[in-house]
Ligand binder design. Structure first.
Ligand code: AP5
Length: 190
């Protein structure tokens, strides 16, 4: 199964991605986690992307593809993926689609985790207090992340609607109810 999770910051992509991947038996590939790991390890790529992550801006597509391309190829060897945080712009979606078509790894389903901005603000504030993620701690950065989502990522909804693989999930529900809605909307294995 090949699933893409799309949604604003704090919509639950990471939370649901972990559960889904475990239950489907495929790797959870999170662009944010992979990029943060590079920053923590101070790799050459990590040094180049850290200011984008701290400021809540999109990392340039070429750099993201470097990280994601390898991770998705690896995941495909395990039978599929739950992709969280990628693609995030039309440019990324179009480039990823072209690459995936060549390798037979296009997504079966794109799940849009829909949640209002005010709920996002509340959740990220809660996580800032508990976990101290740097891009949650500053209100301005949280607003920028929301803006980037609405401007750059939301247009992907039409892109996937056009391919008839988009399902919208009410992600304002409690986590278990979100998981249940997701499973009710997965394609039945052939
Ligand atoms: P990324 O790590 O992808 O961050 P994000 O999209 O802002 O998403 P979050 O991790 O904040 O939230 P989430 O939707 O995963 O929700 P979560 O489950 O964690 O990206 C970070 C940065 O990396 C970007 O800003 C950018 O700079 C860069 N980047 C990443 N991908 C990129 C790409 N493709 N291109 C360019 N740049 C890229 O939950 C959040 C909180 O809410 C948690 O505390 C959780 O416990 C809680 N919660 C979750 N679900 C529920 C629920 N149903 N009810 C109540 N609380 C809930």
């Amino acid at each position: 199964m090949r699933i893409v999770l799309l949604g604003p910051p704090g919509s639950g992509k990471g939370t649901q991605g972990t559960v889904l991947a475990e239950r489907l038996g495929v790797p959870h590939v999170s662009s944010g986690d992979l990029l943060r790991q590079h920053v923590a390890d101070r790799t050459e790529l990590g040094v180049r992307v850290s200011s984008y992550l701290e400021g809540g801006e999109l990392v340039p597509t070429d750099l993201v593809l470097e990280v994601i391309g390898a991770a998705v190829a690896e995941a495909m060897r395990s039978g599929g993926y739950v992709l969280d945080g990628f693609p995030r712009s039309l440019e990324q979606a179009e480039r990823a689609f072209a690459l995936a078509q060549d390798t037979g790894s296009t997504a079966d389903r794109v799940l849009y985790l829909s949640v209002a901005d005010d709920i996002v603000r509340e959740r990220l504030k809660g996580r800032a207090e508990q976990e101290g993620r740097v891009d949650d701690a500053d209100d301005e950065v949280v607003e920028r992340r929301l803006r980037v989502f609405h401007q750059e990522t939301e247009p992907l909804l039409d892109f996937y609607r056009g391919r008839d693989i988009l399902v919208t999930i009410d992600a304002a529900q409690p986590p278990d109810a979100v998981t249940e809605s997701i499973f009710a909307n997965l394609p039945t294995p052939a």
